[in-house]
Design a protein around this ligand. Structure first.
Ligand SMILES: *[C@@H]1O[C@H](CO)[C@@H](O)[C@H](O)[C@H]1NC(C)=O
Ligand SMILES: *[C@@H]1O[C@H](CO)[C@@H](O)[C@H](O)[C@H]1NC(C)=O
Ligand SMILES: [Zn+2]
Length: 193
């Protein structure tokens, strides 16, 4: 009897969580990469209408240990040097195909004014002016966006843009930007809602 209840509960649990798991990349939590504690504001405009893509303009990383180190370094730089409340991005993605939780879903980031209060800011570790991220990183980035829609953090009719469409910057790199232009729901002429 007890065994039947346990088996039945497991079936219900996997049915419940199955759809979510299929639509999301693996997300390395703040605790897993060793984030400092931080207090950030809730996104005032939500679900977010925009996903804004960035590169870090630093080096790429292809292992969880190396990407976790970069998350800690970027968080320290954004908090200590820029004086921000936390790492600026909502998520970063590595060439290992993992997504690393920055401010996370539903929080206001510091990455692409005037879209900070209405977007999910996603960076890919590396410099993508002439080279592309790994296929795993591109896949995980695109999955993270549709995952956000499935979880109700991005509008179903969301738009994807590159940071350079928000302000004068090379980010997310010309090679990556040219790839993003072919992603579903790319907006060539965006304006904040
Ligand atoms: C994309 O990522 C998902 C989740 O990690 C994985 O199941 C899938 O195989 C990947 N697809 C490609 C083409 O890499
Ligand atoms: C969002 O940010 C824009 C640009 O900074 C600003 O004009 C707008 O009032 C903000 N909206 C909300 C709801 O905070
Ligand atoms: Zn950027």
């Amino acid at each position: 009897m007890l065994r039947q209840i346990i088996v039945c509960s497991l079936v219900i649990l996997s049915a419940f969580y199955g759809a979510e798991a299929q639509n999301c990349p693996r997300i390395v939590t703040r605790a897993q990469w060793g984030a400092r504690a931080a207090n950030t504001a809730q996104l005032p405009i939500r679900p977010a209408p925009f996903a804004v893509m960035h590169h870090t303009a630093g080096s790429a990383c292809a292992t969880e240990a190396a990407c976790a180190t970069q998350m800690r370094n970027i968080q320290n730089f954004h908090m200590n040097t820029n004086g921000w409340a936390d790492i600026g991005y909502n998520f970063c993605v590595g060439n290992d195909g993992n997504a690393y939780e920055g401010r996370g879903w539903g929080r206001q980031g510091a990455h692409a004014p005037p879209y900070n209060n209405q977007s999910v800011g996603i960076c890919i570790f590396g410099t993508f002016t002439s080279a592309l991220p790994s296929a795993a990183a591109l896949n995980a980035s695109r999955l993270l966006i549709t995952c956000g829609v499935s979880l109700g953090h991005l509008r179903p009719a969301y738009w994807v843009i590159g940071h350079r469409q928000a302000s004068a910057t090379e980010c997310p790199g010309t090679a990556l930007f040219n790839d993003i232009r072919n992603w579903p729901r790319f907006n060539a002429n965006p304006s904040p809602v």
